[in-house]
Write a protein that binds this ligand. Structure first.
Ligand code: NAP
Length: 454
């Protein structure tokens, strides 16, 4: 029997577990999927926006995989701690696949970034997604205007949640404290700001277009700002025709909004801005009060250069949305430049040499890019490497029953029945609030539900 631990139960971890059991080269495989949290599904539960129900429903197919009899979910088991080191895992399993994602965010490195009121967008996402580490944060706190720095899909998500009325989110599983704070929000202006041009924005067209469908928000773009982009100014140009289809479609959506001139009479406005590079988060009374941007222009080779002219945008809430970043895991090699674990075909490299039995998949392998489905081929590549190594790996005798060993080292794992108990508690909470299932948002509540209130 080949015993494998997959660390992380997000899409990359679940697709890895699935690829391990859906193959015939090594028939007798048992997989334990470990997660730091008592709940499975990683960013599908704690990253996909609550109003994106179709993507969220992917949880149903991830659930089917985790309910396979050859797979065991082991929640609330944090790897990299004294009781559960990477070295210890190799005593318990023939192979370990790290699918730990990109646990932190990139920083801007500008003055004022750490002022109260200035956050990473991933903090905000975690909060409205009920991540227990983000419980109790006070994001809005009287803010009237918000700046979102970056023009990727996360920026679009947070801009949209800020611009939606709380009544639009009531039918989702958004945790009650977040819903209450959103209901009391006074944010009326949301500025989503790119340092380059519209043809270089990272968002996808479906997500961009959705901003124009919000019932209480108008989208405002500035034609003169868009026109700085050669691909916008002349759609027939060589530059424009060389663009990938998604960027061309983004430009068309923005062109249509510019032509419409913004629809009036809405409670909130989303300003989509370009060619503004953040240089400082401005302070007033010890809190963020706005962002100073330098105007930029295209440099002719896909980048930008500063113009030495500046614009201040008022904001009591500043969210930097400039990408996720992998974090080092104690005991595992890490390349700080790329924020990933060095690997060859998914095999972890220690000082350039494959480390027997250690693998990576997902964002910690290839960096934080791509959609959820990108994790499937990524996981398959890693599993192919693991299966090729399996004859040698399976020779190693294993000492302990892994779950007993975890319990002996003081870990109290949440297994599948515990997760089902959390789901039942969330359904009951929803009923008591007159809503659909509502997520539990703090450690105490999650663990009490998982362990039956004990
Ligand atoms: P992203 O797509 O990499 O976008 C990052 C944005 O930050 C870019 O606009 C980038 O501009 C900007 N940026 C980076 N450094 C900056 C700086 N120092 N100053 C100003 N701007 C800066 O990252 P993301 O939005 O976090 O998304 C991560 C991944 O998750 C993506 O693959 C995304 O598609 C995916 N995702 C998908 C969905 C969905 O499908 N609905 C939802 C959320 C996330 P430059 O281009 O100029 O560097």
């Amino acid at each position: 029997m080949l015993r494998v631990a997959v660390i992380g139960s997000g899409p990359s971890g679940v697709y890895t577990a699935q690829a391990l059991v859906q193959q015939s080269a090594v028939p007798d495989v048992r997989v334990h999927v470990l997660d730091r949290l008592p709940c499975p599904y990683g960013l599908v539960r704690y990253g996909v926006a609550p109003d994106h129900e179709k993507i969220k429903s992917l949880q149903n197919s991830l659930r089917t995989v985790l309910e396979d009899e050859r797979i065991t979910f082991v929640g609330h088991a944090e790897v990299g701690t004294a009781g559960l080191s990477c070295a210890r895992l190799l005593d318990l399993y023939h192979a370990v696949v790290y699918c730990v994602g990109a646990a932190t965010d990139r920083r801007l490195g500008i003055p004022g970034e750490d002022l109260p009121g200035s956050w990473s967008a991933t903090d905000f996402v975690s909060w409205y997604s009920a991540h227990p580490d983000a419980s109790g944060r006070g994001f809005m706190l009287g803010a009237r205007s918000a700046v979102v720095i970056g023009v990727g899909n996360v920026a679009v998500d947070v801009a949209r949640i800020l611009a939606r009325g709380a009544h639009e989110l009531r039918a989702t599983d958004v945790p009650q404290p977040a819903l209450d704070m959103l209901a009391g929000s006074r944010v009326r202006e949301v500025h989503m700001v790119g340092r380059r041009g519209p043809s270089q924005a990272k968002f996808t067209t479906k997500e961009l277009r959705e901003l124009g469908t919000l019932p209480d928000a108008a989208v405002v773009v500035r034609p003169e700002e868009l026109a700085l982009d050669p691909a916008y100014a002349d759609p027939g140009s060589a530059v424009a025709s060389a663009l990938p289809a998604v960027n061309r479609r983004n430009v068309e959506v923005l062109r249509a909004w510019a032509a419409a001139g913004g629809s009036g009479g809405r409670a909130r406005r989303i300003h989509v801005r370009f060619f503004l590079r953040p240089v400082e988060v401005l302070e007033e009374g010890g809190r963020a009060a706005g962002v100073r941007f330098e105007r930029t222009v295209p440099d002719g080779s896909g980048g930008i250069r500063g113009t030495g002219t500046y614009e201040d945008v008022e904001a009591q809430l500043v969210l930097r949305s400039v990408g996720y970043r992998g974090a080092p895991l104690a005991g595992l090699p890490f390349d700080p430049g790329s924020g990933t674990v060095p690997h060859a075909g998914g095999r972890v490299l220690r000082e350039g040499v494959p480390s027997p039995g250690e693998y990576v998949a997902g964002w910690i392998k290839r960096g934080p890019t791509g959609v959820i489905g990108t994790n499937r081929p990524c996981a398959k590549e890693t599993v192919a490497s693991l299966l090729a190594d399996a004859p040698a790996l399976a020779l190693r005798p294993l000492v302990d029953d892994p779950l007993d060993a975890l319990r002996e080292s003081g870990i109290r794992p949440v297994v599948w029945s515990g997760w089902r108990a959390i789901e039942a508690a969330e359904a009951a909470l929803g009923v008591s609030l007159g809503r659909r299932s509502v997520k539990l948002h703090d450690w105490a509540g999650l663990l009490a539900a998982a362990h039956g209130g004990a």
